[in-house]
Design a binder for this molecule. Structure first.
Ligand code: IMP
Ligand code: MG
Length: 174
């Protein structure tokens, strides 16, 4: 099936929004250090840009999860493919995600990370599709709320394609 990508947020718009989020996080974490957890692969582009805009000390860690299900929806059964390198106990942690869709992945992940006893645990997502929510998830920082469309670019893929687009686009199937 051929697909077309339609622009949703330009590189400049995304950059400006990430700058604002970085400033907000820097203010709210003043005097502390923040541990960013990137959920691979989708969160990687966003986390790098966000980390550059945060002015308090930043530590980075990465995890990779796979959810069983079809390519475009998640089942909520999450398998940890790569775990974090560092313990979270006593740390101020922000999970950085590309998108919260049904909420199943994040709900599971946040529950699991909470069990590692961080001092605090927040969620920062580039995109939020609230209309699609099945499981309640508390999102602390949102780049953009978007309608129920399939999104690519800035780390998000369709069948592993388009992650490297410097803007956020929606897929139009023809
Ligand atoms: P959730 O568990 O349904 O919230 O799914 C979250 C994961 O599904 C995201 O981290 C993405 O990997 C994937 N996903 C959900 N919506 C989209 C989309 O519009 N484009 C690309 N990936 C998506
Ligand atoms: Mg993801």
């Amino acid at each position: 099936m051929a697909e077309k990508i339609k622009l949703m947020f330009s590189e400049e718009e995304v950059d400006a929004r990430i700058r604002e989020l970085g400033e907000q996080i820097s203010r709210e974490y003043a005097g502390r250090q923040v541990h960013l957890i990137c959920v691979l692969k989708g969160g990687s582009f966003f986390m790098c840009e966000l980390a550059k805009r945060i002015t308090v000390p930043v530590f980075l860690d990465f995890m990779s999860v796979s959810s069983y299900g079809s390519d475009t929806t998640s089942s909520g059964v999450v398998k940890i493919v790569k775990d974090l390198d560092e313990p979270l106990k006593g740390k101020d942690v922000i999970v950085v995600e590309d998108i919260v869709d049904t909420g199943r992945t994040l709900s599971y992940l946040l529950g699991m990370l909470q069990g590692r006893e961080p001092a605090s645990l927040r969620l920062c997502t580039l995109l939020d599709k609230p209309d699609r929510r099945v499981v309640d998830v508390n999102v602390d920082y949102t780049g953009f709320q978007i309608p129920d469309e399939f999104i690519v670019g800035y780390g998000l893929d369709y069948d592993q394609k388009y992650r490297n687009l410097p803007y956020i686009g929606m897929v139009e199937f023809e």
